[in-house]
Design a protein around this ligand. Sequence first.
Ligand SMILES: [Zn+2]
Length: 334
Amino acid sequence: MAIVAGIDLGGTAVNYTLLDSASGRFLVEGLCEHPALSTQGPDVCLTQIADGLDVAAGRAGLQASDITAIGLDTPGPASADGVLSAKGSTNFVHPAWAGFDLRGGLAARLQRPVVYLNDGNAAALWGHTAIFGSERPATSISVIIGTGTGGGVVVDGRMVGGRHGFGGEVGHVLIPWRSIAGLEELRPPCNCGRTGDLESICSLTAIRRTLLPHFLWRYPGHPLEGVDAAAAAVRVRGLADRGDPMALDIFRAQAHALGLFIDQMVNLFDPDGFLIGGGAVEASQTFRDWFVTEIRAGMPVQREEQVLRIELMPDGDTAGARGAALEAVRVFVP
Ligand SMILES: [Zn+2]
């Protein structure tokens, strides 16, 4: 029996799963989380990861020594082989992280082989496998809506990593945003320098920076009026879930942006389906159903034979760790 671990290192927490590669069964039920302490730099954080792995193994009734290989995923920017950007990153602010070889550092610390994926790719790989299986080579495109917009492209069962590790960077694909009702006058900025890409509309950052100021003034006396932008932005999803018209305007704009993005991907890949995940859709079933209906409403007319499959990401909070574990099996288990 070969046990591999999936380790999802976020800005504040490390999330673990263990996978029995022979049966394909995940051995840790639900979320197994450990504080990341990433603000204290690589040395402390790697120790945290190793400690948490012992805890996760214990929960599955195993020793850490039973684990033969590791899949690691983190938010970027990082190289395809897990070297963090020398320019730093939102989630790894300690100066010692700049240019740090996260994959190599963890392999040295744990004395085991480690494979690296960015968090969007890892979640996409899990969602793809959960929905389409691994028997038949299917094609899917995933969009993960969080602080930014990540995702991944799987073509015929293989993740598109890209030459430099930027494959499946769905957030920075430009979309014709002026065709979205209500956004005609906007020039939505993205941190990458582009105007009007998917992340510039379809992310928590976009709500805070662009969509909330844009829609709020139309609703005088709204409860978010005068609230600090960052605090207000995180409340929009909950308000939308309870039917608040201003919050629904924001999510409708995001859904229509997704509709335009999906339409481009249909014409490029003619895929088996799309997966949507992230904090934006961690909501009630009613809201999730409404959101998918709005995505479809935002799309241009499709060819009759292209009946689109749009699914929501299963097991959203553990998707990254599960995808990282699947990648470790693919790479290290013969
Ligand atoms: Zn961008």
